[in-house]
Design a protein around this ligand. Sequence first.
Ligand SMILES: NC(=O)c1ccc[n+]([C@@H]2O[C@H](COP(=O)([O-])OP(=O)(O)OC[C@H]3O[C@@H](n4cnc5c(N)ncnc54)[C@H](O)[C@@H]3O)[C@@H](O)[C@H]2O)c1
Length: 379
Amino acid sequence: MDKVKIAIVGMGNCASSLIQGIYFYKSMKKIPGLLHDEIGKYKIRDIEIVAAFDIDERKVGKDVSEAIFQKPNNTKVFFNKISKIGVKVLRGPTLDGLPKHMKDFPDEIRFKESKQKSVNVVEILRKTKPDLLINYLPVGSKKATEYYVNACLEAGVSFINAIPVFICSREEYSKKFKEKKLVCLGDDIKAQIGATVTHRVLTNLFEKRGVKLKRTYQLNFGGNTDFLNMLERNILGSKKISKTESVQSQLKHPLDKENIHVGPSDFIPWLKDNKICQIRMEGEQFGGTPVKIDLKLSVEDSPNSAGVMVDAIRCAKLALDRGLSGYLEEISAFAFKHPRKQYTDDEAFRMIEEFIKNRMEEKNATFPKRKWNGKNRKY
Ligand SMILES: NC(=O)c1ccc[n+]([C@@H]2O[C@H](COP(=O)([O-])OP(=O)(O)OC[C@H]3O[C@@H](n4cnc5c(N)ncnc54)[C@H](O)[C@@H]3O)[C@@H](O)[C@H]2O)c1
């Protein structure tokens, strides 16, 4: 049975939901909560974790099946019957992954740095041979992200970037992955029904119905370490760019800066991994009359993006199987907030479906193995 081998850096809430999901669906025949049961020949159960890195003393040294339930992780536990996987979380280098302001908060809700020495990441990747490494580092970890990108390039591992540090959407990095015959996807994962996709679809609706959007905001708050981390406003630059551009891209004429506000707003510990999002949209329609939308979204933050990640992982492996390399546009446009080029969500959906379907047609094809016909230069 073909497997998709993954490594993960950052064993926080998102990694917890992803791994719980892989084991949750292993025992199920029907797969509710996912866009695709099968992508190419890959089911969710074919995803196998072979390496994991973190810096928190409560996670480092533990089997992945235990590490994902350690504090400060606080996402909903929807599946805890995971027996030992046999993969221990290894100590990666801290670099800029540990925000200074976190030390002012109680241990159980913040990161706690391990005193262990960091491992040689390239060596581990060469030994465990993952197809892909998934970057789940905290927002603002630019140096740490670049460190893992370079480790991937050196060890020959493809890269999925779930965070708003711009890597895959940059030509420079895409070229490097292409040269090594690896793929890269990103940046900044877009959740199933999250604040970004909801705000984008509504913005697109105003555009499609001829209503002028005049002002809008999107405020987000929650009680996980991602929101605690983002209390430090200095690290928010790329998160704000990623989220704002994603909404602006849906308008023919983007709003002036002062008429759009998108961003994380506060940390409320008792909300844990429940994210609340408030969206306000003010428009002008026929005869200059006003229209207003106030929307409140409440969702468990980490499982919300894990399903999309499961599709991104399988599409990336499919691309590798087909011999593709470099930046993967169809998947990045569908699954990430900051792809190189923005499309509407309808277009991105069509693109990813087309990408998957081509492979399915190949798989279902019954014709004999095709031979090279030199004369006509065709198969
Ligand atoms: N939840 C979503 O739907 C969503 C959507 C888009 C982007 N993201 C991004 O994904 C990332 C992960 O989110 P999360 O909720 O799992 O965060 P989290 O805070 O729960 O997890 C981060 C993990 O990284 C570890 N870490 C910190 N520095 C490290 C280093 N140098 N090396 C290795 N590990 C290190 C921490 O100990 C922690 O375990 C964040 O950047 C978040 O903004 C999440």
